[in-house]
Design a protein around this ligand. Structure first.
Ligand SMILES: [Zn+2]
Length: 383
């Protein structure tokens, strides 16, 4: 990419952060974390047993025609599209990996030279291009669809943003490759992730650790500036087996991006189902309506729709397509793209169930056709 302008990161003029001790801190110091809502249920020992020993026996079959059902294209990044400078370009790169290129027009200081060619800030969410989402590349969940590209194929990236430290979202090899590029990106992650990021080589000057509701401004000389806010999600975290037995030392999050307003859901649950209790009677997570109200809705939301079966184990931390449609409505989103499916087998549902079910649920909820969409891996959508 021709641009030699570097993005600057500063505190924004307005902060969403609260003053008192937040409800999601599990201790006084804010070094351990919890989900502060009745819509969450921690995994009990039976759940832990299932997850560790039983789950792998119940994985779904990969359809023979997966390549036709779920095409993987070499990304064009929207360069071939008739995109106006007002459009946001969104490329789904498999699983939860999304490249968001903001509109080129956003400008707070017209005296700076424009990037050439004109472009908006590029934010890469939860990048993983490795074969497996695992601490090691000889074991762990393996891709069922190929990666549409590798790090050298990406355009220049200004910021890499992580939702949490699970291996399918924070991939060490991918991050190292991004840091080795001629123009390494700034890296953003929720509270508690500094040791992990420093160990992976992120320099302190480009490492930005935010608690829920904290924001930073990304300013690309030449005009485009966006505010990035770390927002709540209902999930958990951890990279070591032992992490599942202690209070979480790293936080999980979703992220809101303004000027044109986008929301990255990352990995989240909506309501934890309970044996014998009708779904309508189980509490749902109030964070999404709060996020929607604080930001006044979103132009587009990237929402997870996969890894939801069996509900007993998955619903506390992952959305079903039905949950995601509820999250969409709570956020006040105009459009949504379904992510977190079609790449690694993490739930018992059929590989192609998430896009089919989200379409059905959206229709049932009365959403406009294509308001909540899915796309092929490597495809770029304009919003
Ligand atoms: Zn996760």
């Amino acid at each position: 990419m021709a641009s030699s302008l570097r993005v600057k990161v500063t505190a924004p003029f307005r902060s969403h952060a609260a003053k008192e001790r937040p409800a999601h801190w599990a201790n006084e110091q804010g070094t351990t974390f919890k989900n502060p809502w009745p819509s969450f249920r921690a995994h009990d020992w039976q759940d832990q047993y299932y997850i560790v020993f039983q789950w792998s026996k119940r994985i779904p079959k990969i359809p023979d025609d997966i390549a036709t059902l779920l095409p993987v294209a070499k990304p064009t990044w929207g360069l071939d599209a008739d995109a106006s400078r007002d459009s946001m370009k969104v490329t789904w790169l498999g699983h939860a990996t999304v490249l968001l290129e903001m509109p080129a027009r956003t400008s707070i200081n017209s005296e700076d030279p424009l990037p050439n060619p004109p472009r908006g800030i590029r934010i890469l969410f939860d990048p993983i291009f490795s074969e497996r989402c695992s601490p090691v590349q000889f074991a762990g969940p393996k891709r069922i669809t190929p990666s549409p590209c590798q790090v050298p194929d990406l355009p220049e990236i200004d910021a890499v943003v992580f939702s949490h430290d699970h291996f399918d979202h924070l991939d060490a090899n991918t991050l190292r490759a991004l840091l080795a590029r001629p123009h390494p990106p700034h890296v953003f992650a929720p509270a508690g992730n500094a040791p992990t990021l420093h160990a992976l080589g992120v320099p302190a000057a480009r490492c930005h650790i935010l608690d829920w509701w904290e924001s930073r401004r990304l300013d690309l000389p030449g005009g485009p500036a966006v505010d990035l806010t770390c927002t709540p999600a209902q999930h958990n975290s951890g990279r070591a087996f032992s992490d599942r037995f202690f209070d979480a030392r790293t936080l999980w999050a979703s992220w809101a991006v303004e000027e044109v307003i986008a929301y990255f859901g990352g990995d989240t649950g909506y309501r934890a189902t309970r044996d014998g209790v009708p779904e309508a009677d189980t509490p749902s997570c109030p964070a999404f309506a709060e996020i929607g109200a604080r930001f006044g809705g979103f132009d587009v939301a990237f929402l997870p729709i996969g890894a939801y079966k069996a509900p007993r184990f998955m619903s506390p931390v992952h959305c079903s397509p039905r949950d995601s449609v509820q999250v969409f409505r709570a956020l006040g989103a105009k459009r949504a793209l379904g992510i977190h499916w079609g790449t690694f087998i993490l739930g018992e549902e059929g590989i192609m169930d998430p896009p089919r079910e989200v379409k059905e649920e959206a229709a049932e909820a009365g959403l406009e056709e294509d308001a909540f969409t899915t796309c092929g891996i490597g495809e770029t959508l304009l919003f």
